[in-house]
Write a protein that binds this ligand. Structure first.
Ligand code: ADP
Ligand code: GLC
Length: 482
């Protein structure tokens, strides 16, 4: 099959969260299954090139609803996968991907729908058309509707679209006047098309027009069909239920693997944990935590965003640090109030907690490796990658029972001594406080169980082989449709 991933993030070029990790690793897994896989993303000002980039087309004409625009089409390779960049400085020559300083860019709707139109228009230039256009979240969500246009390039007549929901919360709203921006007609302004509550809703359009819909865990696929998690589109998802499938993300084991991780001061494995101690030592030194290998470290690497529930962690952190002999290593950025709250706690309880504000790939690996536990009190979590990374690195996850966290973590059972982490059901201060206390007591009072849990966690198989097969099945089903 010819598969084109249209995406707003793709590591190592541009990454904000898990989407950036998922796209290249799924692409590699599908390529290994002998599919012709390619990736396209915008060329942001901050794109990190890993290899040389060549110009494929300059200018590349983009047929907007209001007239022609002239972009550039660039190409590089990720391993043996072609990666295309749409270069268009008016929208993309900025440092951020979605925004800067905790605020989204005011013209994100135009930026990303322009990108969608450019993805459609690049195929005739390449003289290559995908069988499957795999779109991801609202920034690529206009593509399924554009593929339904009779005026699309002929080369795309047989192309089917897949839309993957990585996060139900962001819809891509715009006012009615913008409908024609990308060349969509008035009849797309309809409750059975893209209109929702008096606005254009790109996510809704994607859910209506995609041949198949996937999301990134089985539990989240069920959750989003309910009013509680459906973000106002649960009715559309129930309507499309037979075309909606949950496929749990995998882990790129070339990048996230303690045995080969190039960011770690010493590598380690489930059989030989010596290197993990060295990582813990480095982590304490790097973050200015008191140097004591016997104290358990609780790690957090996260976007600071309402979704991630870190406000709940802030509520209880002073009590946890006062009453338990633990340390916290926290890395992230986003919500400025949360940043301020965490820094305030650090200023009062330094030595026991260190908070680094920013995006730091290397430190994120060191925190996974040097911690004993990893905290994710997410309000909702479509899949979550960090809990999987932490298990592979022998840091037991402490997670709220939601979405992909349920599907990937096995709760500790004190009677049998089995499990790979700690799960709490109620997202309340006391539930999180008590679960951290439970983990802490397990570490100090039941070291045998702690060691067993760590072994089981490190032995879990999160490779992409199985999910990639499930995607292949969905692609075939989409192609089978007339
Ligand atoms: P989400 O996509 O919702 O942010 P995931 O758990 O799926 O959550 O993926 C988060 C990814 O982003 C992980 O690879 C994580 O290590 C990375 N990440 C998040 N915040 C930071 C940060 N401040 N610095 C480095 N990496 C980060
Ligand atoms: C989103 C979700 C996260 C998921 C990631 C990759 O950012 O919040 O749960 O793991 O996408 O699919």
């Amino acid at each position: 099959m010819r598969i084109l991933f249209a995406t707003s993030e793709c590591s190592p070029y541009a990454k904000v969260g898990g989407l950036g990790d998922v796209i290249p690793s799924l692409a590699v897994a599908l390529k290994q299954m002998r599919h012709d896989v390619r990736i396209v993303l915008p060329k942001y000002g901050s794109v990190n090139y890993v290899s040389k980039c060549e110009v494929v087309e300059d200018p590349m004409i983009v047929n907007m609803g209001y007239g022609l625009e002239f972009a550039q089409l660039l190409r590089t390779e990720y391993g043996n996968i072609p990666v295309y960049f749409i270069e268009f400085d008016r929208y993309f020559a900025r440092h951020g991907i979605y925004g800067e300083f905790g605020h989204g860019y005011h013209d994100n709707w135009r930026r990303f729908t322009f990108f969608c139109r450019a993805v459609i228009d690049m195929c005739p230039f390449l003289n290559w058309a995908p069988d499957i256009m795999h779109t991801n979240d609202w920034p690529t969500g206009v593509i399924p509707a554009l593929l339904s246009l009779h005026t699309k390039p002929n080369i795309l007549n047989a192309t089917k679209s897949i839309f993957t929901i990585h996060n139900m919360a962001h819809h891509g709203y715009a006012s009615k006047e913008l409908l024609q921006f990308t060349g969509l007609y008035d009849h797309y302004w309809h409750p059975f098309a893209m209109e929702a509550c008096g606005a254009i809703n790109v996510m809704k359009g994607a859910l209506q027009f995609a041949s198949k819909i996937t999301t990134v865990s089985k539990t989240y696929a069920e959750e989003i069909k309910t009013a509680e998690y459906g973000c106002g589109l649960d009715d559309v998802l129930r309507y499309r239920a037979k075309d909606l499938v949950g496929i749990c993300n995998g882990v790129d084991t070339d990048v996230w693997n303690p045995m080969v991780d190039k960011f770690l001061p010493e590598n380690f494995s489930a059989q030989s944990l010596g290197g993990k101690k060295t990582c813990k030592q480095h982590l304490q030194r790097e973050l200015g935590l008191s140097n004591d290998l016997n104290i358990p470290i609780f790690g957090v690497v996260s976007r600071f965003f309402h979704q991630k529930g870190l406000d709940i962690l802030c509520n209880i952190l002073p009590g946890v640090l006062k009453n338990m002999n633990v340390q916290f290593a926290i890395l992230g950025f986003g919500d400025q109030y949360l940043e301020w709250r965490l820094k305030d706690i650090m200023s009062r309880l330094g030595g026991k907690i260190s908070v680094r504000i920013g995006f730091d790939e290397k430190l994120s690996h060191l925190i996974e490796a040097g911690s004993d536990f990893f905290v994710m009190p997410s309000r909702y979590e479509p899949c979550g990658l960090n809990q999987m990374y932490s298990m592979i690195y022998g840091s037991l996850p402490i997670v709220h029972a939601t979405g992909g966290l349920i599907d990937t973590v096995d709760n500790y059972n004190e009677l049998t001594g089995t499990g790979t982490g700690f799960i709490f059901n109620d997202l309340t201060d006391s539930a999180l406080y008590n679960t951290i206390g439970w983990a802490c007591a397990t570490y100090y009072d039941r070291p045998g169980d702690f060691a067993k849990l760590r072994q089981s966690a490190m032995e879990k198989d999160f490779s992409w082989a199985k999910p990639a097969k499930e995607y292949e099945k969905i692609y075939l089903a989409a192609m089978g449709e007339s």
